[in-house]
Write a protein that binds this ligand. Structure first.
Ligand code: SF4
Ligand code: SF4
Length: 160
């Protein structure tokens, strides 16, 4: 059976898509929620009111990129695992991505990884920078990993 590929241009058309200018400023939420589903925890949890869904609740989330601080709260609360925090300025040559992670065992800090694109295809080498285990009554961890800056809009996951 032919493997279904994710159409990367879908994200560009959503109101959650950010300008490259904002991305270059530092940590910010990347929302890749492309389906019209009845869901809005991201809107209600954001302490800065940076995400707007409104009514009907099936509206796609819209982000006010000037308000977002990249705190990552919405990443933990999104049931669709559709939000990430991208830090373009992790250091001079690397960006970092903080993603929700629900698999076990958790990776370890400094572990070398293979960074993948939205279709699970290998992009580049990376490194685990931070592991935040699940809070009580949750199974979602937050994993921050770094990779070459030039792949900031391509890397969306990793393989151990
Ligand atoms: S990262 Fe924080 S400030 Fe930005 S949209 Fe998510 S919850 Fe709001
Ligand atoms: S919480 Fe996640 S799945 Fe639900 S609307 Fe927000 S981004 Fe989409």
């Amino acid at each position: 059976m032919k493997k279904l590929r994710i159409d990367e241009t879908l994200y560009i058309k959503t109101p959650g898509f950010l300008s490259e200018q904002r991305i270059r400023k530092g940590p910010v939420a990347i929302i890749e929620c492309t389906q019209d589903i009845p869901c809005n925890p991201c809107e209600t949890i954001c302490p800065r009111k940076a995400i707007k869904i409104g009514l009907p609740i099936t509206n796609p989330p819209e982000i006010d990129e000037a308000k977002c601080s990249g705190c990552g709260l919405c990443v933990l609360w999104c049931p669709g695992l559709a939000i990430f925090v991208l830090n373009y300025n992790f250091d001079k040559i690397r960006a970092s991505l903080t993603i929700p992670y629900e698999m076990l065992p958790l990776p370890g800090k400094n572990e070398k990884i293979k960074c993948l694109d939205r279709n699970g295809k290998y992009v580049c080498k990376g490194k685990i920078e931070k592991v935040t285990p699940p809070k009580k009554n949750s199974r979602t961890s937050l994993i921050t990993f770094s990779f070459q800056k030039k792949y900031f809009n391509t890397v969306r996951g990793f393989k151990k």
